[in-house]
Design a protein around this ligand. Sequence first.
Ligand SMILES: Nc1nc2c(ncn2[C@@H]2O[C@H](COP(=O)(O)OP(=O)(O)OP(=O)(O)O)[C@@H](O)[C@H]2O)c(=O)[nH]1
Length: 410
Amino acid sequence: MDSPFVQDKSQLVAQQLRLRRSLMASGAGFAASLVMLLAWQLGYVGWEIPQLAAFLLLTSLGYLLFPWLIHSSRNLTFTDPSLTAHQLGWHLLVNTYAMYAAAEIRSLLIVNFILLMLFAVFRFHPRKLPLLAVLLLASYCLAVLAQVLWSPLDVHWSHETLIALVFLLALIGLSLLGAEIASLRLALKRRNAHLAAAKARIEELAVTDELTGLYNRRHLMRIIRRQKGLADRGNYAFSLAFVDLDYFKRINDAYGHGVGDQVLIAVAQEIRRTLRDVDYVARIGGEEFVLVLAQTGYQEALRIAERLRSDMERLIVEVAEDHPNLKLTASIGIATYHSPETVAQLMKRADMALYAAKGCGRNCIVGEQELPPDTGMTESMADESLVAPGHESTEAEQQDDARGNPEWQV
Ligand SMILES: Nc1nc2c(ncn2[C@@H]2O[C@H](COP(=O)(O)OP(=O)(O)OP(=O)(O)O)[C@@H](O)[C@H]2O)c(=O)[nH]1
């Protein structure tokens, strides 16, 4: 079913289902045509050979037309791509004519109408089933009326009335039962839609940070592992940027967590705005973000980080009308992947670079290549800061804290 009309997998599945149902309906139609052929041979139908041939040819064309429309995806241009009403209409027309032509076995042909009703149960809204039942009964009456008008055969009214009555009762029963089945079908469809929505939401929650909508730590690890896989195959570079907001605690302390959350959301939006489409960003702790810079070597990563740092410096977070707007800065540590190191080693270097950026006075970028040998950073300290992203403040920071830093207010 390769067609420019079919756009996605779910549509392809729906098309396959439509085709299967249409083939079943056409199969039943062909079987009914064979019955007519047999009835003609046994003398129940008074057609000449050309009439019989025309009937078989026309009905066959109809039964081939619908599966072809679906197979070629031309059905998608119709309001109802299932073509249920069209197919039912065609089958109804053919069977009504057959009932008129084979009057003697009309009561047998009612079985075809019952089959039509069953097909409708799986497609129609429950409210439409009684309407279809009325239409089927009317078609039966039309076949009888046509016979009265054009056929030389006598109509046995009591016989016809009895058949019509039984048919009516069968249709009422089928409508009620069909409505029940159709309601179950609709409820199942609704539940499936709910389940699909819930599944999509769970999948989203599993990879995102609820506050900012960025990726969470677990998904970040997956992304980095994937990037490592690409880089290990050769000719591919990627870098990490650890971004930590400066003195964020003071915003929380001064204005409360709610305002702090608003700032985090604004920062997340700013990072997203600054980054390229190929990059990824995650929030891995309170005010710590990790950027995965895809297809990016060391120098390019430094350039991207500088762009982000200066954007952050310019960012003014508007909290509320009666609230002072806030400004803040970020420190950034950069590390580039060196195959075949482990993800932990790469992250440790990026974290050490961030730690050094904080030590250098904040609002700055330190790349792994600039890490001064005398930072005093030991591996165990880096490990600690990885496990608990909010690292201990240095003496200089503590002095800053004591003085207070009004720079984050504008
Ligand atoms: N509003 C808000 N605050 C958070 C969240 N998670 C962590 N925090 C706060 O973030 C602050 C982090 O403080 P610190 O680790 O001392 O970092 P800092 O004040 O930014 O100082 P430096 O990083 O050293 O510049 C703490 O006050 C945490 O309570 C969060 O989801 N929302």
